[in-house]
Design a protein around this ligand. Structure first.
Ligand code: ATP
Length: 364
């Protein structure tokens, strides 16, 4: 039977007149890497905070590992959060920062103020004492590839190292669910790309459920088992990276993820099969639309062929090359169809002479 670490049932969160999250239901399987993806202000962080307990939903229920936790405070939930800002204590060492993760979840730490012994996680209940804490801190720092960094000051570390400390602090309690709010947002592009791969590997190694917030679609496609695309508070589509990219269910998803050509028109059944009539051109489409009337379909630039490669294919039209951007052996072209609409085409160039010059007429 499928086991879910997070279940969101009809979550709505209002702040006065603002509906930040609008009736979102979502089940996240144990051990999965799920990304909440969407533009700024679409409600990703608010939804994440409802899972962690920093926000209480206006309507709906939150379940962690099968238990209803809708109004349980954050420190009593089996979750941990990593922030973009790291939220580390600059006056404490790396080791103290990570140990603080344990204290927050209720494991006594004799080196500090004795800590609190209430709450806490089942897995930690039997394991107490400062030696144990030291061992756990060392273990987790090893895991995030910062061995022997316990005694370093936070402000002696690079941004990437600080983010690893924040990650270690969140993971040291072995949460069922790790929540990450744009954790790589403050890093430069190269480090960000490296950390994406490292985070994904770490998640697979630990088998912990990750819920990851980003507005960066490339990051989401690279890392996620599943992507929940959000728009204006609601869930647009839930699916694997391939499903979201290859079979977007809405115009919003098609447009937000990757580059795409959107063609709008009227759907019709013909002897040749289903078509969309758009400004005098008739495009064969693979299936009936979900609704009648005006429809739109999306074609990725890399799925379009030009020149001899296009001849004999479905939907072959004459077009004029109106722009081309040189990218080594990958060509990016803008072509104008007879009806004046333009399409963007990406393709590997095997014979540059065939298409290149602007103004040429080609089959598309
Ligand atoms: P970003 O990517 O910019 O962080 P987001 O998708 O995480 O955006 P949220 O931060 O969840 O979006 O915000 C969703 C909406 O709720 C926004 O319109 C925001 O202004 C509003 N909002 C969030 N928190 C509060 C609050 N505490 N009080 C009032 N409005 C809020």
């Amino acid at each position: 039977m499928t086991s879910y670490d997070v279940q969101l049932d009809g979550i709505t969160k209002r702040f006065d007149d603002v509906v930040a999250v609008d009736d979102v239901s979502l089940d996240i399987e144990e051990g999965k890497f799920l990304t909440l993806l969407g533009p700024s202000g679409c409600g990703k962080t608010t939804l994440l905070r409802c899972i962690d307990g920093f926000e209480t939903p206006t309507e709906g229920e939150v379940y962690i590992d099968g238990e209803r936790v809708t109004d349980v405070p954050p420190f009593e939930r089996d979750t941990s959060m990593v922030f973009q800002s790291y939220a580390l204590f600059p006056h404490m060492t790396v080791g103290e920062n990570v140990a603080f993760g344990l204290q927050m979840k209720g494991l006594p730490d004799e080196r500090a103020d004795g800590g609190s012994s209430g709450g806490g996680l089942k897995s930690l209940a039997k394991r107490t004492g400062s030696e144990e804490i030291d061992a756990r801190v060392a273990e987790i720092l090893e895991l995030v590839e910062l061995p022997d960094y316990q005694d370093r000051e936070i402000d002696e570390l690079s941004g990437g190292q600080q983010q690893r400390v924040a990650l270690a602090r969140a993971l040291v309690t072995q949460p069922t669910v790790l929540l990450l709010d744009e954790p790589l947002g403050a890093l430069d592009l190269k480090l960000r790309k490296n950390m994406q791969v490292e985070l994904k590997n770490l998640q697979e190694e630990l088998g912990t459920t990750f819920v990851y917030v980003t507005h960066d679609q490339e990051e989401a496609l690279t890392m996620s088992d599943e992507i929940a695309v959000m728009n204006d508070g609601h869930l647009e589509q839930l699916g694997t990276a391939t499903e979201i990219y290859e079979q977007p269910e809405t115009e919003f998803v098609a447009d937000f993820i990757g580059e795409t050509n959107l063609v709008r028109g009227a759907y019709a059944e013909t002897q040749e099969g289903p078509v969309v009539e758009s400004d005098g051109l008739s495009f064969r489409v693979p299936r009936e639309p979900a609704a009648d009337g005006e429809v739109s379909f999306a074609v990725r630039p890399e799925k379009i062929r030009l020149g001899s490669e296009a001849q004999g294919l479905d939907n072959a039209f004459e077009a004029e090359v109106v722009d081309e951007i040189y990218k080594g052996n990958l060509g990016k072209f803008v072509v104008e169809l007879e009806n004046g609409k333009t399409l963007t085409v990406d393709m590997q160039i095997t014979d540059r002479g065939e298409y290149l010059s602007t103004g040429r007429t080609v089959t598309v």
